[in-house]
Ligand binder design. Structure first.
Ligand code: SAM
Ligand code: DTB
Ligand code: SF4
Length: 327
């Protein structure tokens, strides 16, 4: 019997799943994974930082916040042709999704936004799933992006509502929810997840999953990031995320949002191939990879390394989805 897609999860239920004996949890997640997905397929996404650093926000994990003294090189919005060339290359190396990230607090209605609109049109014409992560959006801006062909918008909750203010002071959890709602209203698919390793409790993790899993429609993609510890940020000395915590988080997300694509996002560079295999077994079915071997400003495995890993694990890149699933 196929597990139902539920939107009425309780915090206790989610906690009980997270706390299952590890092998039991992985088995359950792997079972749900097979009900909703082809378990040997992994979505391959390429992430490009189209505007880097100098961000006015104070997200304490982020190397791109202007107020922290990090080694990041500030880079103004890249030319459209450069971005399209990167997308073309990403397509050639097997990516089906191209995600453009900007270190902005919010989108402003200016020439830079007009340029991003052109980039979205250009990448869409390549036949790829186009994704953006540009900070806060109004309903009208979301609409413009949709009309340009945007397929997905990434806007993470990052952590629980309670812990949010310990991590970011320059905006509120509610601002995040608002943007996600604006993206939904515009008919763009939602990509939203969070980070573990910020110093949050297990209860905070459950609260974040609860918010996602009780949305009227689950996010189509749920990125699970392990904190990438960036020198110069307030969280640079946090302990490395334990692999089994990552596996538990992925497995729980898989079980409570069965039809969603769960992305093993930041943190892969610090994992062995065997550790990543556990994440795929626990239900992760998407990764960021690429020629540049960086996420935004931190290292990531390269595409050839990842393709070798796929071969070793019997995995293959997922076909382009480009249809909005009804979860
Ligand atoms: N500025 C926009 C925003 O904050 O929504 C878009 C880019 S921002 C870098 C996108 C997401 O990357 C963040 O919400 C966060 O979840 C993730 N992220 C940023 N820095 C990270 C880090 N050091 N480790 C793990 N995830 C990180
Ligand atoms: C997401 O959830 N993870 C990506 C993407 N969405 C934009 C970003 C990860 C950033 C990791 C640290 C860095 O390189 O800045
Ligand atoms: Fe700016 Fe986004 Fe980094 Fe926060 S996470 S400092 S909003 S780039």
């Amino acid at each position: 019997m196929t597990s139902a897609i539920r939107h009425d999860w309780t915090k206790t239920e989610i906690q009980e799943i997270y706390d299952l004996p590890l092998m039991e949890l992985i088995y359950k997640a792997a079972t749900v994974h097979r009900e909703y997905h082809k378990a040997d397929e992994v979505q391959v996404c390429t992430l490009l930082s189209i505007k880097t650093g100098g961000c006015p926000e104070d997200c304490s994990y982020c190397g791109q916040a202007a107020r922290y003294h990090t080694d990041i090189k500030v880079q103004a919005l890249l030319p459209t042709e450069t971005v399209i060339a990167h997308a073309q290359k990403a397509k050639e190396t097997g990516s089906t999704r191209f995600c453009m990230a900007a270190a902005w607090r919010e989108v402003r209605d200016n020439r830079d936004f007009d340029r991003v609109i052109d980039m979205v049109k250009g990448v869409n014409e390549l036949g790829m799933e186009v994704c953006c992560t540009l900070g806060m959006l109004t309903e009208e801006q979301a609409q413009r992006l949709q009309e340009a062909g945007l397929y997905a918008y990434n806007h993470n909750l990052d952590t629980s509502e309670d812990y949010y203010k310990e991590i970011i002071s320059t905006r509120k959890f509610d601002n995040r929810i608002n943007t996600i709602n604006n993206v939904r209203k515009a008919g763009i698919t939602v990509c939203s997840g969070g980070i573990i390793g910020l110093g949050e409790t297990h209860a905070d993790r459950m609260a974040m999953l609860l918010t996602l899993a009780t949305m009227p429609k689950h996010p189509e993609s749920v990125p699970v990031n392990a904190l990438a510890r960036v020198k110069g940020t307030p969280l640079e000395n946090n302990p490395k995320v334990d692999i089994w915590e990552m596996v538990r988080m992925i497995a729980t997300a898989r079980i409570v949002m069965p039809a969603s694509v769960v992305r093993l996002s930041a943190g892969r560079i610090e994992m062995t191939e065997a550790e990543q295999a556990w994440c795929f077994m626990a239900g992760a079915n998407s990764i960021f990879t690429g020629e540049r071997q960086t996420l935004l400003v931190t290292p990531n495995p390269g595409v050839s390394e990842d393709m070798q890993m796929f071969e070793n694990l019997g995995l293959k890149p997922m076909e382009n989805k480009k249809t909005v699933s009804s979860c």
